[in-house]
Design a protein around this ligand. Structure first.
Ligand SMILES: C[S@@+](CC[C@H](N)C(=O)[O-])C[C@H]1O[C@@H](n2cnc3c(N)ncnc32)[C@H](O)[C@@H]1O
Length: 419
């Protein structure tokens, strides 16, 4: 997070933060190590990099069974190669580690973003969906324009796919043109190096350092690929970015993900987050335990995000300039004897395209997020203004706050009891 350190009342650095000192040392070491590793010629490095990108996507698109271990290994290799391009881009420490809150959400540093290329099942759900969407679009269009905002330093939802298309000659640069945008200078510097190393320049119509909530493309968009979210649909600016860019989609253009369903539930924390995973070697939707699932009290969908809901979003400006959009209402169920022992949690189900997607626990972005500021059938001793207190049977209206700290705000609209 960006903080100013003061010396004699004067800010000495916009980005120095004691909490990231150890990260800085680590990041420098990581970069040096990765450069030292490459006691190989430039041509060999380029060949290994390109192969790692093609291999990872070949596994993902394959319809034959691939083990979790094979996938993780292929993605680690892709990461190791991509990090070398990042090292070659020569980002200063400041550019590498700069992280801050913008008016529409958290802007992660390139240093922290570099790991998203290892998020196997998130990339799988997106890449398979994008591949199907392109397949479908290309039947009717000679050339497709794709916009990928907030793509991070490695643009991992698109660049591996393009490497695969180029290698297999599945789609040419005449058929696909991609715009990559990110507000972080370090992400853009890395992207330029990586695109050059992957020899994908012909597919890329634009790489630009710009805030996605301000960007105005000069062509109509056929596919808008967006992933700027964190668990519980909080912190990052997915909704603000999508809301702004949806207007530039062609009339038959698609958002990827096509649907995001954000859902609420009341869980016993120990069962949901601990017992459920005791026997699992990694967390994934296919490994959910029946016992834990049956123990959940599902509250239903609290928000749906797709092209049509985005086009119809009604923004409300509150006093102080904070903007919110109304989401769904849920009725808290009655007759749940242990309601007061449960915690409220939010999770997202992502349908990228045509049944492809990212389910709960497949990735950090769909991992349920407990919200301990919400109390149902229980009154905290000292109620703070950030606490929300309601009872079984109450109807709760959720709003989504479009600020530097985006997230849900519940409001009780009618109740059997007053909290
Ligand atoms: C988690 S990282 C990369 C996520 C990437 N979409 C992926 O699939 O791995 C988030 C990136 O989004 C960028 N970002 C966040 N909000 C943005 C905005 N409003 N405009 C442009 N870039 C943004 C950050 O700069 C950062 O590089």
């Amino acid at each position: 997070m960006e903080r100013l350190k003061e010396t004699n009342g004067k800010p000495v650095s916009a980005y120095a933060d004691p909490s990231i000192d150890s990260l800085l040392k680590h990041s420098i070491r990581t970069q040096l190590e990765s450069l030292l590793q490459s006691k190989i010629s430039v041509e060999q490095r380029i060949e290994l990099l390109q192969k790692s990108f093609v291999d990872a996507i070949s596994l993902i698109l394959s319809d034959t069974k691939v083990t979790h271990h094979q996938l993780v290994k292929a993605f680690e290799t892709m990461y190791d190669q991509a990090v070398q391009s990042m090292a070659l881009a020569e980002l200063s420490q400041e550019v590498l580690t700069r992280q801050y809150i913008s008016p529409t959400g958290l802007i992660m540093s390139p240093y922290n973003c570099k790991h998203t290329i290892k998020d196997v099942y998130r990339i799988k759900g997106y890449a398979r969906g994008i591949d199907k969407a392109i397949q479908s679009k290309i039947k009717h269009k000679a050339k497709i324009n794709i916009l990928y905002p907030a793509c991070g330093p490695f643009a991992p939802l698109i660049l591996p796919l393009l490497s695969y298309y180029k290698d297999t000659k599945k789609y040419s640069a005449q058929q696909l043109q991609v715009m990559l945008i990110d507000v972080q200078p370090g992400a853009v510097m890395t992207l330029r190096q990586l695109v050059k190393d992957l020899q994908l320049d012909e597919y890329i119509s634009l790489i630009e350092e710009v805030d996605a909530t301000q960007f105005v493309p000069d062509v109509g968009i056929d596919l808008l690929v967006l992933e700027a979210m964190q668990h519980g649909f909080t912190k990052e600016g997915q909704l603000s970015i999508a809301k702004h860019l949806v207007q530039f989609l062609n009339i038959d253009g698609w958002m990827i993900p096509q649907n995001v369903s954000v859902r609420g539930m009341m869980v016993i924390g120990e069962t949901e987050f601990n017992q459920q995973w005791k026997a699992a070697d990694y967390s994934h939707s296919t490994k959910l335990s029946d016992v834990a699932q049956q123990d959940r009290i599902e509250l239903g969908e609290i928000m749906k995000i797709n092209k049509s809901t985005l086009l119809g979003l009604e923004e409300v400006e509150l006093e102080g300039g904070v903007k919110v959009v109304p989401a769904n209402q849920v009725v808290l169920p009655v007759g749940v004897t242990d309601m007061s022992k449960r915690i409220f949690a939010v999770y997202a189900q992502i349908e990228t395209f045509a049944q492809e997607g990212v389910e709960q626990y497949d990735s950090g972005i769909t991992h349920p997020r407990p919200d301990t500021s919400i109390y149902i059938d229980l009154k905290p001793k000292d109620i703070e203004h950030t606490h929300f207190v309601a009872s079984s049977g109450d109807t709760v209206q959720f709003f989504y706050q479009l600020s530097g700290l985006p997230g849900f705000v519940p409001v009780k609209i009618q109740g059997q009891t007053d909290a």
